[in-house]
Design a protein around this ligand. Structure first.
Ligand SMILES: Cc1ncc(COP(=O)(O)O)c(C=O)c1O
Length: 363
């Protein structure tokens, strides 16, 4: 366990020459209420501080830098990427910083907060119907096809291009290590492409092999089942965006995971309201899932642990869903929050929900 005074305060404010220079070096913020309730120090890595408002700025920057260094991507070319939105925003701002253009291919059921931001950055946007991955019109295949049809387009391919995980191995992981002065015991993360959990878990476990890494999975995603059985199966669906995978991808393959937990959207409603009211922190929906899983991890491991998870994007990006009573009602969710003591009791009693990942899930 750390005290706030032992957490590194040494990072200085920067002077950037272009927006991309300000990506990374985000702050750690303690969640006082949940830390007090659990006797652990639960920290959020404030990824909403990135200039594009999300953790995906880091992946965007590394993808572009590596492709420019290899000569695959040259100034004047167009980046094309299939995205739930945040990677599109990150790539749009990185593109401008490096003299590139950007085309984001996005399913049309994502929060309008993100499509608006892509357009505000001056990027092109192609909206497609949300269809299963096997459909050739899925946003992923559409982006790939568009890139293949144009010589001066470059497909970023955030799922398979491991520059994504490298961003976290080179930057985010070392930042967390430095900010906690090595005191981190537990890392908790959702996975969309798996870049965040892969790069951070790989770096941090190199520093501290007994670090416990937790994967937080939403309903409708098959990762939890995959880690349990080797098969991707899912039930239900989630309002979260940008997370949950139903297939093997190269970035996720590099993740070092010890525990996994699957949690329902109703808990995200409860916890987002709780930390908003108690701590003044407005979480996006994937961040609320991270916080729910961090709470479960705190109760599972017991008092005295230092736990780090991610505020993946601006809470504002979930305004039309997580914070919209009509939307919640349409999804059969209640805007009435469960008392926190009851949620804690439920989490304590449901330790069988926690999957201890012991199998080598890639063999
Ligand atoms: C809001 C949000 N949270 C989490 C993630 C997951 O990050 P990663 O792709 O590194 O697994 C994403 C990915 O797009 C996202 O948009």
């Amino acid at each position: 366990m750390t005290t706030t005074s032992s957490i590194s305060q040494t990072l200085a404010a920067r002077v950037g020459e272009r927006p991309a220079d300000l990506i990374g070096q985000t702050d750690l913020l303690k969640i006082p209420s949940l830390s007090a309730l659990t006797g652990c120090d639960i920290y959020l890595k404030c990824e909403f501080q990135n200039p594009g408002g999300s953790i995906k700025d880091r992946a965007a920057l590394q993808l572009v830098k590596d492709a420019m260094a290899s000569g695959e991507l040259k100034p004047g070319m167009t980046i094309v990427e299939g995205t739930a939105g945040n990677t599109g925003i990150g790539l749009a701002l990185v593109a401008k910083s490096y003299g590139l253009k950007m085309l984001a291919v996005m399913p049309n059921d994502q929060a309008p907060e993100k499509t608006r931001m892509i357009s505000l950055h001056g990027a092109q946007l192609k909206a497609v119907d949300p269809v299963p991955f096997k459909d050739p019109n899925h946003f992923y295949h559409t982006a790939k096809r568009i890139a293949e049809q144009h010589d001066d387009y470059w497909w970023a391919n955030q799922f398979e291009n491991t520059s994504n995980a490298r961003a976290h191995f080179l930057q985010t992981g070392p930042e967390i290590w430095q900010q906690t002065q090595g005191a981190i015991d537990v890392l908790v993360s959702v996975a969309g492409t798996g870049g965040t959990i892969a790069g951070n878990s790989t770096y941090l476990k190199q520093q501290k092999p007994d670090l416990a890494v937790w994967l937080a999975d939403p309903d409708g995603s098959g990762i939890y089942q995959f880690l349990k059985t080797g098969e991707y199966q899912s039930s239900g669906s989630s309002m979260t965006e940008g997370i949950g995978i139903m297939r093997r991808v190269e970035n996720f393959r590099q993740a070092k995971i010890d525990y996994a937990i699957n949690l329902p959207d109703q808990d995200l409603v409860t916890l987002s309201r709780y930390v908003r009211d108690e701590d003044g922190i407005v979480l996006g929906s994937s961040s609320a899932l991270n916080v729910a899983a961090a709470l479960a991890a705190a109760l599972y491991h017991g008092q005295g642990k230092t736990i780090v998870t991610f505020a993946c994007d601006l809470g504002e990006r979930s305004a039309s869903k997580l914070y919209n009573a009509d939307y919640l009602q349409q999804r059969g969710l209640s805007d009435q929050v469960e008392p926190i003591a009851e949620l804690l009791q439920r989490y304590r009693q449901q330790s069988q929900r926690v999957l201890h990942v012991t199998r080598d899930y890639w063999s």
